[in-house]
Design a binder for this molecule. Structure first.
Ligand SMILES: *Cc1c(COP(=O)(O)O)cnc(C)c1O
Length: 395
């Protein structure tokens, strides 16, 4: 699979448009030279802007669905909403700086020592902290491509250099090529398992062989944002893989399986010294009290059981969608997360447009393909219906 827009490549649409000068509206601007703007870091010019999934758009006579951001279609549990409402009563206060209750709940639920944990404003927040604690300007970050678009953005913003390694024809990480891309300047390696947006997760043997090859002083990030949806027994639990490997960090999030995307909270499991550095690089009080309360509530046994059932239902829907699409002739790669990948190539924007017209908003990626989130059963039915028509040439 080729990268349509290699990360780090200059793009025509810069991150921020120049602020339009309006020198005439105030006397306070009289001293400024017309047309001269504050000098920003040149590295910004090569950083693409994050493209968020579009909201559901109305379609005549059809219920619209948003399948463009890999969100959980289930609304928050009543018990979680109650915890959030209670926490909201303290909004005039800063949250617990050390996120004590949340950290304890995560440590107990996943069996990790507290000193190995760092929490952050979503795993995207932790990602930025990881680059901050490892990379000086010009240092290299090896990453799979196509993968999560936040990777090249985060790396570029830090002034580090993204080294994208194309996926294999099966839309999997090319781990031997990634190992070969590591140089003296490499400080970080990103792994995305399951890979967003293509779907496959890394298997135990290939992953362990790769980790054995990576120099011990290079940090490897195993981004497991979709770990809870994995059912393939050959795919290891990153937390087990990490044991005995001081240079491996596991990233997890409450945005997907736990359905808390709107609260921005995730965690990293790392060697205590790496975790301490991550905490140092965190935005102070970044994880709100409301988010902390929602996580604690979500990890209570009863809530956790209900959330697991929802994940199980989504996994069953994923199997149904995957089988249906493959039966139609779509070459969909293994889908280990809560989404499927239609490798539509140059047809991607047309496929996305046809689905959008039928009330299913999805996420196209240049000329590579289209990612569709496994959502409500009716949304999944709609996908199968329109995808079938597209294969038959009638849509
Ligand atoms: C959704 C996603 C995340 C999670 O982001 P949050 O900031 O935690 O919401 C991280 N990594 C990947 C690959 C994702 O797809």
């Amino acid at each position: 699979m080729s990268a349509a827009t290699p990360p780090g490549a200059p793009v025509s649409d810069p991150v921020s448009d120049p602020v339009s000068g309006s020198a005439s509206d105030s006397a306070s601007t009289a001293a400024s030279t017309p047309g001269v703007l504050p000098r920003l870091r040149s590295t910004l010019e090569g950083v693409p802007a994050y493209v968020a999934g579009k909201p559901a758009a109305p379609a005549p006579g059809l219920t619209p669905y948003k399948a463009s951001s890999n969100e959980n279609p289930y609304p928050p549990l009543p018990s979680v909403l109650e915890a959030v409402a209670r926490a909201a009563a303290d909004l005039n206060r800063y949250p617990d700086f050390a996120a004590t209750a949340m950290t304890t709940a995560i440590a107990e639920r996943f069996g990790v020592p507290r000193e190995c944990l760092a929490t952050g404003t979503g795993s995207v927040g932790l990602l930025a902290q990881l680059v901050q604690i490892t990379c000086d300007p010009g240092d290299e970050v090896v990453l799979p491509w196509r993968s999560f678009e936040a990777y090249p953005i985060t790396v570029g913003l830090a002034g580090a250099r993204a080294v994208p390694v194309p996926l294999t024809a099966e839309a999997r990480h090319d781990l031997p090529a990634m190992a070969a891309a590591i140089t003296d300047r490499t400080r970080l390696v990103m792994l995305c398992s399951p890979n967003n947006p293509t779907g496959p997760a890394l298997r135990r043997e290939e992953l362990e062989r790769f980790l054995d090859e990576v120099p011990r002083d290079v940090l490897v990030v195993l981004d497991e944002a979709y770990r809870e949806f994995v059912r393939d027994p050959e795919v290891p639990d990153g937390l087990a893989v990490r044991e005995g490997r001081a240079n491996v960090v596991v990233l997890r999030t409450f945005s997907k399986a736990y359905g808390l995307a709107g609260l921005r909270v995730g965690y990293a499991v790392a060697h205590p010294q790496v975790a301490a550095a991550l905490r140092k690089a965190a935005t102070p009080f970044g994880v709100s009290g409301v988010a902390q309360a929602a996580v604690v509530s979500s990890l209570q046994p009863e809530a956790a059981r209900e959330l697991d059932e929802r994940v199980e239902a989504l996994v069953a829907e994923r199997a149904r969608v995957l089988a249906g699409l493959r039966a139609q002739g779509w070459a969909v790669p293994d889908a280990d997360g809560n989404f499927v990948w239609l490798p539509a190539g140059a047809d991607s924007s047309r496929v996305a447009a046809r689905l959008g017209e039928r009330g299913l908003v999805v996420r196209p990626y240049g000329d590579d393909g289209v990612r569709v989130t496994v959502a409500e059963p009716e949304a999944n039915d709609r996908l199968l219906e329109v995808a079938g028509e597209l294969r038959a040439g009638s849509a």
